[in-house]
Design a protein around this ligand. Structure first.
Ligand code: NAD
Ligand code: WQD
Length: 338
C-alpha cells in the first residue's frame, strides 16, 4: 500500500515525505509545483537513499485523481496541497476558495469513488479566530478567521466533519498547526518562499543572510510582555512526527479527530529576533512598524490533547528551530535556486 501526499513538494510536505520514506512507506506525491520546486523531492530522495513516485498535477483535476487512485494502491492521504498566502487570499478570494475548498472537495470525491477513506488534513490555528484567553484548546468553538485563507481552512473543516457524519467509514484527522518553522537537520531542505516572505522566521533569516536590509516588527503596542505579537512556533520535524502519530490514531479508530500541533510555548517577535541572532551569530536589524491588518496579539496552543490521544509531544526547542533554519539558509542562500 502507498501513501498519497498532496502538496508533497512544498515546505511541510517535503519534510513529511522524507519522514515517510525513512519509515519505509511507499509514497506517491501529487503536486502542481505552483509554490514549490521538484528539487526539494530530489534532495529528499538523496537524503533517504529511497525513491518516491511523483505526479505533477492539480488536486482539482478529477480525471487525474481517478487515474491516480486506479493506478496506485493508496491506503491513506496526507493532504497538504493548498495556497497559503494570507495577503493574496484577500486579493484573490475566488482563486483561494477554488484551490483550497474545491480542490479538497475533488480530492474527497475521488477518494470516495476509490474507497479510500483515511485522510489527514493540514488545518490551521487560524480557525480559532481571535481567542480571549490562552492557551487555545480544541474544545473552544471555531471563531471568525480574519481573511479568506483562514475561512477556506474553516470551510474545509466543516465539510470534512459533515462527511464523517454521513458515513462512519471515514477516518479523518484535522491537524491545527500553530506556526511551523525550521528545516530538516541536514540543511538540504527547508522553506523557500517565492516572493518576499510573509512569515516572520523566513524574513528574519533573509535579513540575517543579507538578502533583505531590515525587518519590520509589526507593532510593539500589543498587550503582551514586550508589546510585540506572541506565537507558538513549532519545528517542522516535530509537526511531521505529529502526522505519523495521527495517521496511526485514525487507522485504529474511524471518525474525526481534531488535534492542535503546537508546543504550548509562546514567543514574542523580539524573543525570536534575539534567538535568531544567537543561533546565527549575525545581527538582525529591525524597526518598529504599524500593526499588520488582521494580526492578533497572541496565540499559543494547549497541545495536551495530542499528547494524551496521539502520544505526541513537540521535542525540539527554539534554539534547534533557529539553528536548523540558519543551516538551511546558509547552505541555500537563494533557496532551491542556489
Ligand atoms: P507550501 O506552499 O510550501 O506547500 C503547499 C504545496 O501544495 C506546494 O508544493 C504547492 O505547489 C502545492 N499546491 C498548491 N495548490 C495545489 C493544487 N491545487 N494542486 C496540487 N498541488 C498544489 O505550504 P506549506 O507551508 O508546506 O503548507 C502545507 C499545508 O499546510 C497548506 O495546506 C497550508 O495551508 C497548511 N498550513 C501551513 C502553515 C504554515 O505556516 N506553513 C500553517 C498552517 C497550515
Ligand atoms: C508571526 C508574528 C507578526 C512578519 C500566519 C497566518 C496563519 C498561518 C501562519 C497558515 C506576528 C510578526 C511577521 C514580519 C513581524 N498560516 N511579524 N514582521 O501571522 O501568526 O500566521 O502564518 O495557516 O494563517 O496568518 O505568522 O509568521 O506571519 O507572524 O513583526 O515581517 O510575527 O505580526 O506577530 P502568523 P507570521
Amino acid at each position: 500500500m502507498s501513501i498519497l501526499v498532496t502538496g508533497g513538494a512544498g515546505y511541510i510536505g517535503s519534510h513529511m515525505v522524507l519522514s515517510l520514506l525513512e519509515h519505509d512507506h511507499d509514497v506517491v506525491v501529487l503536486d502542481s509545483l505552483v509554490n514549490s520546486s521538484l528539487e526539494a523531492l530530489r534532495r529528499v530522495e538523496s537524503i533517504t537513499g529511497k525513491s518516491l513516485r511523483f505526479i505533477e498535477g492539480d488536486i482539482r483535476d478529477r480525471e487525474l485523481l481517478d487515474r491516480l487512485f486506479a493506478e496506485h494502491n493508496i491506503s491513506d492521504v496526507l493532504h497538504f496541497a493548498g495556497l497559503k498566502a494570507v495577503g493574496k487570499s484577500v486579493e484573490q478570494p475566488l482563486h483561494y476558495f477554488d484551490n483550497n475548498v474545491s480542490g479538497t472537495l475533488a480530492l474527497c470525491q475521488a477518494m470516495e469513488a476509490a474507497g479510500v477513506r483515511r485522510l489527514v488534513f493540514s488545518s490551521s490555528a487560524t480557525v480559532y479566530g481571535e481567542v480571549g484567553t490562552m492557551p487555545i484548546h480544541e474544545g473552544l468553538p471555531t471563531g471568525t478567521p480574519t481573511n479568506p485563507y483562514g475561512r477556506s481552512k474553516l470551510m474545509v473543516e466543516e465539510v470534512l466533519k459533515d462527511l464523517v457524519k454521513s458515513d462512519s467509514r471515514w477516518s479523518i484527522a484535522l491537524l491545527r498547526y500553530f506556526n511551523p518553522v525550521g528545516a530538516h537537520e541536514s540543511g538540504l531542505i527547508g522553506e523557500d518562499p517565492n516572493d518576499i516572505p510573509n512569515n516572520l522566521v523566513p524574513f528574519i533569516s533573509q535579513v540575517a543572510i543579507g538578502r533583505r536590509e531590515v525587518l519590520s516588527v509589526y507593532g510593539n503596542d500589543y498587550p503582551t510582555p514586550d508589546g510585540t505579537g506572541v506565537r507558538d512556533y513549532i519545528h517542522v520535524s516535530d509537526l511531521v512526527d505529529g502526522h505519523l502519530c495521527a495517521m496511526q490514531a485514525i487507522a485504529r479508530q474511524p471518525g474525526i479527530g481534531i488535534w492542535n500541533l503546537g508546543t504550548g510555548q509562546g514567543y514574542s517577535v523580539l524573543n525570536m529576533i534575539q534567538a535568531f541572532e544567537e543561533a546565527s551569530g549575525r545581527d538582525v536589524p529591525y524597526n518598529i512598524a504599524l500593526r499588520r491588518d488582521g494580526d492578533i496579539p497572541e496565540c499559543w496552543a494547549d497541545p495536551s490533547k495530542a499528547e494524551r490521544e496521539l502520544g505526541w509531544k513537540a521535542k525540539r526547542n527554539l534554539d534547534a528551530m533557529m539553528h536548523d533554519t540558519w543551516r538551511w539558509q546558509v547552505n541555500n542562500p537563494e533557496g532551491y535556486r542556489s
